[in-house]
Design a protein around this ligand. Sequence first.
Ligand SMILES: O=S(=O)(O)O[C@H]1C[C@H](O)[C@@H](O)[C@@H]1CO
Length: 599
Amino acid sequence: VTVTVSSTASHPIPTTLWGQMFEDINSGEGGLYAELLQNRAFQQVTPGTTASLNAWQAINGAGISVIKETTPVSAALPNALHVTIPSGKTGQVGFGNTGFAGIKVTAGQTYTASFYYRFPTSSGFRGNAIVGLQTTSGQVLGQTTVSLSGAQTSWTQITVTFQPTTTPSSTANRFTITLDGTAASGQTVLAEMGPSFFRLPGGNNLEGQTTANRWQWNATVGPLVNRPGRQGDWGYVNTDGLGIYEYLTWCEDLNMQPIMAVWSGYSLGGSSVAEAQLGPYIQQAIDQINFVIGDPAKSAAAALRSSLGHPQPFALTYVEVGNEDNFGSSTYGYRWKDIVNALKAQFPNLHFIATTLVNNPVLSPVPTEYDVHNYNTPTWFAQNSFYYDDIARNGMKYFEGEYAAISTNSSNIFGAVGTGRLSYPTMQSAAGEAAYMTGLERNSDIVFAASYAPLIGHVTNHQWTPNLIAHDANGVYRSTGYYVQKLFSLNRGDEYLPSTLPSRTGTLFWSVVRKKSTNQIIIKVSNTAAASAALTFSLPFGTVGTSGTLQTLTGSATASNLPTNPNLIVPVNSTITTGKTFNFNAPAVSVSVITFTAQ
Ligand SMILES: O=S(=O)(O)O[C@H]1C[C@H](O)[C@@H](O)[C@@H]1CO
């Protein structure tokens, strides 16, 4: 096929185009949230149940159970671990935590541990607790001692640091607190992508199954001891140690602008807040936004931000109202109207993104942006790379907030692995997504942002596959889809150059952009076919570099990067002969980026 490129740009490409969405689907807890211990504060569990001791285990015969404290360490943390050291025990006795399916221990790194303890009744016990990391078979990796006093009947916080002296070969390790059995006998002691935006906090995990357990910004901020946590929407307790302030400073550190959601009055269990009852939830949304951008002199929420060390507002342009409210579309009409009218009055410079299907129902005020989600097969993405070409240019802008090729079974996209659902992205799913992304780039006059979803998932403990990045206690695993996102994100242009259009029903797709600051032309090519494809590029520029760089991601269609072979398919860099006219042979099932200068 011959691709003739125009030298006249059709439109500027928004700087926000390629970004990431985040929600906690085994991605914060045990993942990005640095806490190594699972169930660290027995939040949101029922005392006395097996689940309440999740990840905790007794060592050498100690009696452990989760109790509802009569004098809790804080209102937010009502539960405590009750530890009984039986009489007649010798050696170290106590309890351990096995982390999130393991704890990675590296010699020489400094580990910090903190716990509160108290004795229910005053006792003459004075002794050392040993706090450290061991293999689950009991080999000490690193530890320190701290003295405990039986006279301490009110909660007191202990914080220790220690450096393991051994790096074990496996992550089958645990955090331990033990006492000398003889001395303590009979005592009871009360435990790297360059995204431009970052959507948070979800996704389903914003919504709650009920109004009561929706995500609430103010419950996720301040000292951990004041964060109660919540039953997340993915079957486990969110400690909310990774809260709104952590999200915002994370965005600032990585130069990403947040696309932040406010709760919209609908929960995944199907309930909607009645219009007459929306007031307090709208106020909570106003406070949430003031926490992010408000004036500390005028808003308590903004003053709270300032007190945490960030007096200046964070960057914020886009606020999403809910998530996938197509599931609650019968009440979104009034919820959108009342929420957006109130928020727009307070924050006239913000853009509010609607989350129902486009214009279904018709909303007032008319949204300026919609969030569109697409989960489908690799073939669907290739065959729908013109999804936005046919959409009217009427001022409406689109956020492709969630997209991923998740199954090869078009009649059961959301089915289980084994019925076509992918456990990990494959080369075929990555090429399909890349084909679709060339369409997003071509239509970036109306598509202002796009993010693959979900971003991260745990290798063994997950509710959703595939994920862009997998992780476990040993590390992170970059998928084929991750490399496609990285190739597009790190090779952005600032304007789109129209070119011969790919065939809508074909298997070969490309986009051509220009990076004005470096006079570079960047061509992205996705070949989703099982055979290589020959392209000839014809360029209208006066001078074109004779040599360019070529980055190619290719491999067997059904192959994935697995934790056991994480670098099976990675981008390969080489050079390519370029010029006013040059040829390129796209390998079967491949995604390529060709970069060269021209002016
Ligand atoms: O079951 S789904 O609704 O498809 O869940 C999807 C859509 C939702 O926004 C997000 O949280 C989740 C996975 O990314």
